[in-house]
Write a protein that binds this ligand. Structure first.
Ligand code: TXA
Ligand code: MG
Length: 326
């Protein structure tokens, strides 16, 4: 299949492809999504096929307006309404009990569905033009870093999808926070992202738990696995460089570290100032894809101090490194 490279003025064409049961990638505020008609089982199946996604991994749906949530979810707690009011459109996916009407494989056997309204005008106009909810996981091959540009999408999916809408680089660069509210007594963060636990707790006046996962112990499902190994530098940088001296090293680190050690290594990719974690979030996936193509044979990545703002970055790094530390 030829993958069409569309611009944001060609949304009508993209919507026609979706209405005909095809899959189309498009920008959101977080990362590019791979969309299909969430009510059409055959179309949703094409997402799983194109991404090579395990059948048991549910898809989230993207909505163009806040009120659409009641069409697809039931028993909506007031906490969900308050969060929607505060954070939609934006990087918060809310998991609730699903109503009938969505293609079965959207929920992958669960009784719940995850929903989000993206803060990106191209995405909103596109969903609106389609006229129904769009099932949309990140538009990468399963196990690869999430795409933040149309070029990343094409690197993984060219020839496998009908089209990509090129809206330039995405704004935040990291996927949304996923919050499970299907049990309103026990809100649970399944994946950290742009909206933090404290921000959620402040709005719903309830304690929020965090799912504890050990990605490096999970051999079945690999996330964001790069084609060259990534190590999290937890000890001393000088010592880490010494230990890796037989490799062509790439630094993925703050300006401060690159200024100190950049001249000793083959490649460097700056995460920006160490105090500005948003910048690290924004470039993390892009940096991995760029360094894979460089001369480097190994990536040494900086572990930022643990706090609310660095949580999402550290979560993605841990997964991409598959737990490897030096
Ligand atoms: O920012 C984002 O969330 C991006 C953009 C495209 O919207 N989407 C995204 O989708 O990252 P995906 O499928 O790559 O990640 C969604 C995560 C997956 O880990 C999936 O297993 C989980 O949310 N998920 C989806 N539906 C769920 C459900 N009903 N219950 C529990 N987890 C769910
Ligand atoms: Mg994904």
């Amino acid at each position: 299949m030829k993958t069409e490279h569309l611009n944001p003025e060609q949304l009508a064409k993209a919507a026609q492809l979706i209405q005909a049961g095809e899959v189309v990638a498009f920008p959101t505020d977080t990362v590019y999504g791979l969309g299909a008609d969430a009510r059409n089982e055959a179309a949703v199946q094409k997402i799983f096929t194109a991404k090579n996604r395990p059948a048991d991994r549910a898809l989230t749906i993207l909505l163009a307006e806040q009120t659409a949530i009641s069409q697809y979810a039931k028993n909506i707690p007031t906490a969900a309404e308050a969060l929607i009011e505060q954070f939609w459109p934006g990087p918060l996916t809310i998991v609730l009990e699903a109503k009938e009407g969505l293609a079965p494989s959207v929920s992958a056997g669960l009784k719940t569905v995850g929903m989000r309204m993206p803060a990106n005008q191209v995405a909103l106009d596109f969903i609106q033009a389609c006229g129904f909810p769009i099932a949309a996981p990140s538009a990468n091959l399963s196990g690869r870093p999430s795409p933040t540009t149309a070029e990343h999408v094409l690197a993984d999916l060219n020839g496998k999808i009908a089209a990509v809408i090129d809206g330039g680089e995405t704004e935040s660069g990291l996927e949304s926070t996923v919050l499970d509210l299907s049990n309103p007594e026990q809100p649970l963060i399944l994946r950290p992202g742009g909206v933090t636990r404290h921000e959620i707790e402040a709005v719903i006046q309830q304690k929020v738990a965090k799912k504890v996962d050990h990605p490096f112990k999970d051999t079945k499902e690999k996330h964001y696995e790069p084609t060259i190994p990534i190590y999290m530098v937890e000890s001393d940088w000088a010592q880490a460089l010494e230990q890796m001296q037989t490799e062509k090293i790439a630094l993925l680190a703050s300006e401060e570290i690159i200024q100190q050690y950049g001249e000793q290594v083959a490649e460097s990719y700056s995460l920006g100032d160490r105090t500005a974690v948003q910048q690290a979030n924004k470039v993390f996936f892009k940096a991995i894809r760029a360094l894979e193509k460089s001369t480097a044979t190994v990536i040494l990545a900086e572990v930022y101090p643990v706090d609310e703002t660095s949580e999402a970055y550290l979560n993605r790094l841990e997964k991409a490194a598959n737990g490897k530390r030096i």
